[in-house]
Design a protein around this ligand. Structure first.
Ligand SMILES: *Cc1c(COP(=O)(O)O)cnc(C)c1O
Length: 429
């Protein structure tokens, strides 16, 4: 497949941007080759600059649960933008979106809009520290929470490891405030809390960890984490930037029936525009400026165009049966892949929840980051390239999950299944 125009654009982009991109995974480093420059999306399809059409399972990394160029979202954006793009004042659009979100979510009472998932997480951590007056935070290995300084920290192999940063430019003193533990191990959490709870402000977790493979946790584990936080007076933050509005309108909190103290949102909440939010009880949110002492602000926060897109998208998600259908469709898709690969004896499995799936090159159930064999990524690299040649687009990293949108029809998913199976034959040849 010729990708001449993408190659030219990428060569040009390298003169302007580090690695030629505005966000690192886009550079195709882990799969090799040239990133596709996309010029258009519609429904479940994207088109690259060289005019190839792909079935898209990346969906802008999750936000586009309704598919590309959804008519209602597009119309809402056009209507909002015709009145101007930003005022730096409150607008009716914020009320409208917040009312819709809060009225339909039992786990949050008040919220604040920001412009990205990272910003939501950063603000939630500050809020937790402000409310508790404590400074340390606990995160889990394999959970990604955006590029927040104190959260770009990965553990060594010890049971309790005080953070060593995985990025340059983060002072040791910041990393020290972050404790990292493995997922799926409440014993380690309780041991830590017994020793250090007076210093720990919050625990942050992706209740459905989906940024390092799909590391599904059990409801029992999450429930126990909740109980431990309550017992030791530590706030529990659910980072629902991916799972929010994806596994149900109330996200993972609703799916598992677990009440977090603070929730962060991003991705789907903006209907494809840059929006994030953090939310909590009215009491906790009362600590946020100007009501309380925890400062947080944003020039473009609650942007009317973005709010209109979020509203138009979220209202469609509330249609009866929306999530049931998404899940059923995804299960059928994954089952066909599983059946084919088992029949062929391929070492691969397809963990799934809601409309998220992951391609794991193992038959083992994976629930923590260190279980993933880095060598399995060689297989993903072949798969990715074979799929591009068959006009199927996956996010360019084997650690990333795939997303199915409402625009992925049954017929399209069958077509994609045949292509993925054919690509698997090459991977395992
Ligand atoms: C994507 C993501 C973030 C970061 O959001 P950005 O909008 O990329 O800043 C944070 N947490 C989780 C769980 C995410 O998936």
């Amino acid at each position: 497949m010729e990708r001449k125009i993408s190659e030219q654009l990428f060569a040009e982009a390298k003169q302007y941007f580090p690695g030629g991109v505005s966000s690192p995974v886009r550079a195709f480093k882990s799969v090799g080759g040239c990133p596709l420059f996309i010029k258009k999306g519609d429904g479940a399809y994207i088109w690259d600059e060289d005019d190839h059409r792909f079935i898209d399972f990346c969906c802008s990394w999750g936000p586009l649960i309704l598919g590309h160029n959804n008519a209602e979202v597009r119309e809402a954006i056009i209507e909002a933008v015709s009145n101007g793009t930003s005022f730096g004042t409150p607008t009716r659009y914020e009320n409208k979106l917040a009312k819709l979100l809060l009225d339909n979510n039992r786990f949050i009472e008040k919220m604040r809009f920001v412009s990205s998932g990272t910003e939501a997480v950063m603000s939630a951590i500050r809020l937790a520290r402000g409310v508790t007056g404590k400074s340390k935070i606990l995160k889990f290995e394999g959970c990604y929470h955006g590029h927040v300084d104190s959260l770009l920290v990965k553990a060594g192999s010890g049971l309790v490891t005080f953070g060593v940063s995985t990025s340059a430019g983060i002072p040791e003193a910041f990393a020290k405030e972050t404790i990292v533990l493995p997922l799926n191990d409440t014993g380690a959490v309780e041991k830590l809390f017994i020793e250090a709870s007076p210093d720990i402000a919050c625990v942050i977790i992706e209740p459905i960890p989906a940024n390092n493979g799909l590391l599904l946790q059990t409801k029992a584990y999450l429930k126990e984490l909740r109980d431990l936080c309550t017992k030791y007076n530590i706030l529990l933050i659910f980072d629902e930037v991916i799972s929010g509005f994806r596994v149900g309108f109330e996200g993972a909190a609703g799916l598992y029936g677990i009440q977090p103290d603070i929730v962060t949102y991003g991705k789907i909440i903006g209907g494809g525009m840059p929006v994030g939010a953090y939310a909590a009880s009215a009491a906790i949110m009362g600590s946020v400026s100007p009501e309380g002492p925890v400062y947080q602000a944003g020039t473009l926060s609650g942007n009317p165009v973005a709010m209109a897109a979020g509203f138009a998208s979220a209202s469609q998600l509330l249609a009866p049966g929306f999530y049931e259908e998404m899940e059923a469709k995804t299960k059928r898709f994954v089952k066909r892949l599983e059946d084919y690969c088992s029949m062929k004896g391929y070492e691969v499995s397809f963990p799934t929840v809601g409309s998220i799936f992951w391609i794991a090159f193992t038959k083992e159930t994976i629930s923590s980051a260190e279980q993933i064999d880095p060598k399995s990524m060689d297989k993903f690299k072949i798969l990715h390239s074979e799929l591009l040649d068959r006009n199927v687009y996956l996010g360019p990293s084997g650690y990333e999950v795939g997303f199915i949108s409402a625009a992925h029809s049954e017929g399209l998913l069958e077509e994609a299944t045949a292509k993925i199976c054919a690509a698997m034959d090459v991977v395992f040849a």
